[in-house]
Design a protein around this ligand. Structure first.
Ligand code: BES
Ligand code: MN
Ligand code: ZN
Length: 487
């Protein structure tokens, strides 16, 4: 998609489709342009309430003489004061719906109309780019009838702002990474398995000179002493893997930022079997991994001068004669033992060994991303990612990055008070606490393996996806990208 911008008037832009924004209590440039070209028509349509200004209303104006282009869509934006980030994003959903239902090849959008929200034109340019491009993504890979591809080739922002190249580039790259994460998430587990994720990592390294990849196979992980990882992976016929993607943009001696993603391509729960209703949702248990692969794509595209290592711990939590039993005790890579009370608390088991493994990279910071607990969905719903950290500055940086990119997180505690729940009479720790504070005890479990570096944990069980209809959200690619670029 070509995305351009200029301060030319709407009349001078040869667009096929124009979206005009109409506020209740302010005149926008795009709406004035409509009135200027066809004042009688527009006034009549406003008077007879065909065109409304209520937030979320959409009025297509097709085939009227004298308008700046053949297809105009007026989008109601409500009152100026109430038009903020969420409203801008919902408005962009109306824009993508208009793009999908038209056969236009170019779209003109007056960006400066949207600065009436609490963000400036630069922010809006980035966010509009990102949300239009993610809005055009539609999952159809496993359908025999494919969605019609959009005919749109170019989006033109009309704005007085003159320095938007970088934000548009970033918006595009974040959208690409987000859509990659969504596609990986939406694919079923019989296609998107550990080998498939490994292929994505290899493809990334093939596409970019700055990226190297290393795929660690099960035999190696077993030999290394990853007893916790193997306790999860050994129940499946599909071999688990650890994928290491290194993006080298900084000096060779510069310490890397490490991302670690939970990549359970399916989670049955193991012998602590999940109930049948909704079990299909556990194909999404690899969204942390998907967000790491998506973010690595975004970073490779943007080429910042930093070093980033994306690590994916991927396996399948299944049942078989060799699968782990509740009560089994395993030895982790760091030598600590864990009593596996519940085989469904498997994410922390694959992650704890991976957190030990990444010590060798002498990381500047490590951020793990995981659909770790149902409890975080109860606590924060589908809106905020739970942000844990053993370093207050790092925690605040991630929350600020989420605020800036509008992919928000909220701070969660890692107090020692929660640690008692993890005491075991048979091992150094057990892998679950009680029901109370389930997301926190999971994070506290992980923190035991992240003592040697600055570490944060993002529980995305609520934000990575919201419903089967919405599918995978691609979060938190935007937050992670913002975080890394601000380094
Ligand atoms: N993958 C699940 C967590 C999950 C739940 C992700 C809902 C997405 C939506 C995780 O492996 C799990 O099963 N967690 C258990 C932990 C419990 C056994 C302590 C949970 O949250 O119930
Ligand atoms: Mn589980
Ligand atoms: Zn899981």
């Amino acid at each position: 998609m070509k995305i351009t911008y200029s301060n030319a008037s709407l009349k001078k832009i040869p667009q096929h489709l124009m979206v005009a924004f109409h506020f209740e209590d302010a005149d926008t440039l795009s709406f004035s342009a409509l009135k200027e070209s066809q004042s009688n028509l527009i006034d009549t349509l406003v008077d007879n309430k065909t065109i409304k200004s209520d937030f979320g209303t959409v009025t297509p104006l097709i085939g009227h003489e004298g308008l700046p282009c053949s297809h105009v869509v007026v989008i109601g934006c409500g009152k100026v004061e109430g038009f903020k980030e969420a409203e801008l994003i919902k408005t962009m959903a109306s824009v993508t719906a208009a793009i999908k239902s038209s056969s236009a090849e170019s779209l003109a959008l007056c960006l400066d109309d949207l600065t009436t929200s609490n963000r400036d034109a630069r922010w809006c340019a980035g966010k509009c780019t990102e949300t239009i491009l993610t809005g055009l993504y539609e999952y159809d890979t496993t359908k025999s009838v494919k969605a019609d591809p959009s005919t749109l080739q170019e989006i033109h922002f009309i704005t007085e702002e003159s320095d938007l190249d970088q934000v548009i580039l970033t918006g595009k790259a974040v959208a690409h990474g987000t859509n990659i994460a969504r596609e990986l998430g939406n694919l079923p587990a019989n296609i998107c398995d550990p080998a498939y994720l490994a292929e994505q990592a290899v493809n990334l390294a093939d596409a970019y000179d700055e990226v190297e990849v290393d795929v660690l196979e099960e035999a190696e992980l077993e030999a290394m002493g990853m007893g916790a990882f193997m306790a999860v992976s050994r129940g499946s016929e599909k071999a688990g893997k650890i994928l290491v993607m290194k993006y080298n943009g900084g000096a060779a001696d510069e310490k890397p930022h490490v991302l670690v993603g939970k990549g359970l391509t399916f989670d049955t729960g193991g012998y602590s079997l999940k109930p049948p209703a909704g079990m299909e949702e556990m194909k999404w248990d690899m969204l942390g991994a998907a967000s790491v692969i998506g973010t690595m794509n975004t970073i490779a595209e943007l080429k910042p001068k930093i070093n980033v290592i994306g690590v994916v711990a991927t396996a399948e939590n299944m049942i078989s004669g060799g699968a782990t039993r509740p009560g089994d005790v395993v030895t982790c890579l760091n030598g600590k033992t864990v009593e596996i009370i519940n085989t469904d608390a498997e994410g922390r088991l694959v992650l704890c060994d991976t957190l030990t493994y990444v010590e060798r990279f002498e990381p500047k910071t490590v951020v793990d991303i995981a659909t770790l607990t149902g409890a975080i969905v109860i606590g924060l719903g589908h809106h905020a990612t739970g942000v844990y950290s053993n370093d207050e500055v790092l925690q605040q940086k991630l929350i600020s990055a989420g605020q800036a990119s509008w992919d928000r997180g909220w701070p969660m505690p890692l107090w020692d008070d929660y640690k008692d729940q993890l005491k075991s009479p048979y091992a150094d720790m057990r892998n679950v606490g009680t029901r109370a504070g389930g997301s926190i005890t999971a994070a506290v479990f992980l923190s035991e393996y992240a003592k040697n570096y600055k570490w944060a944990h993002l529980d995305i069980a609520g934000t990575g996806w919201s419903s089967a209809k919405e599918g995978a959200s691609g979060r938190p690619v935007a937050m992670l990208t913002q975080y890394l670029l601000s380094q």
